[in-house]
Design a protein around this ligand. Structure first.
Ligand code: NAD
Length: 260
């Protein structure tokens, strides 16, 4: 059980982050949500989650591309919960274009949100984890943290980068109760991927269902999407005592993507 622990999950108003936050809540962890979305829906999410699992919840709207806002979020977590025991660096965006056409501001945004934000949350979370001699840092990388695809330069660079940051964080804390690991999902049908499916359907003049099938077949041998619930279960395992010696891993859950 994770009762009494506090988890901060960045980008947890949608998709994978939401799935992981709910899985940790189900184990009794208090949750600080973060991410964009309709304020009324977010307030309801907070209240419903608190009620369903008998935990405390909170929300901070920090923009993960802004280090100062990340500092404010970490301070709020300290004020409201005494600090963060489980840090899940999940917030991320995608942009698809050839390198010579890649908008410079998109490159900067992808690197800031998908990579640098994890450096900032980690550096601010570690002192309290060290004082407690317990902590779990889970970085949501991607199959693109291990292998590449064309037209995803910023994303692939950021995800390879966060796998590297994961290893350094694990090593610097190897003789403590703090572990750091990366999870490398394959395709998960979240709004981030739905956008890519819709773009393919429009470009190819094919149905959305056909575009989904094609997208999966290109990369994911199982032909099925990974789900946020499955990723939540892996995050719960990485938080358990049984995972105490899983350190610096880049653990793929990808329907066989990187086995090829
Ligand atoms: P999503 O678009 O459903 O959710 C992204 C979340 O991040 C949302 O809550 C959004 O509000 C938040 N977010 C975006 N920009 C932010 C910012 N600047 N500051 C704060 N929050 C911000 O996407 P998802 O598919 O659930 O992706 C979550 C993570 O999983 C990302 O890091 C993504 O790269 C990774 N991932 C996704 C897939 C996939 O197939 N969907 C595969 C591998 C890895």
């Amino acid at each position: 059980t994770l009762r009494g622990k506090t988890a901060l999950v960045t980008g947890s108003t949608s998709g994978i982050g939401l799935g992981i936050a709910l899985a940790l809540a189900a184990q009794g962890a208090n949750i600080m949500f973060n991410g964009f979305g309709d304020p009324t829906a977010i307030t309801k999410l907070q209240a419903d989650t608190a009620k369903e699992f008998g935990i405390k919840t909170s929300y901070h709207n920090a923009d993960m591309s802004r280090p100062q806002e990340i500092e404010l979020m970490m301070r709020a977590a300290a004020d409201e919960f005494g600090g963060v025991d489980i840090l899940v660096n999940n917030a991320g965006i995608q942009h698809v274009a050839n390198i010579e056409d890649f908008p410079v501001e998109k490159w900067d945004a992808v690197i800031a949100i998908n990579l640098s934000s994890a450096f900032h949350t980690t550096r601010l979370a570690l002192p309290r984890m060290k004082a407690n001699n317990w902590g779990r840092i889970i970085n949501i990388a991607s199959a693109h943290g291990l292998v590449a695809s064309a037209q995803k330069s910023a994303y692939v660079a950021a995800k390879h980068g966060i796998v590297g940051l994961t290893k350094v964080t694990a090593l610097e804390n190897a003789q403590t109760g703090i572990t750091c690991n990366a999870i490398c999902p394959g395709w998960v049908l979240t709004p981030l991927v739905q956008k890519q499916v819709d773009a393919r359907a429009a470009e190819g003049g094919i149905s959305v269902e056909e575009a989904k099938r094609k997208l999966l077949l290109e990369k994911q041998p199982s032909g099925e999407f990974v789900t946020p619930e499955q990723l939540g279960a892996l995050a719960v395992f990485l938080c358990s005592d049984a995972a105490q010696q899983v350190r610096g891993a880049a653990w793929n859950m990808d329907g066989g993507w990187v086995a090829q």
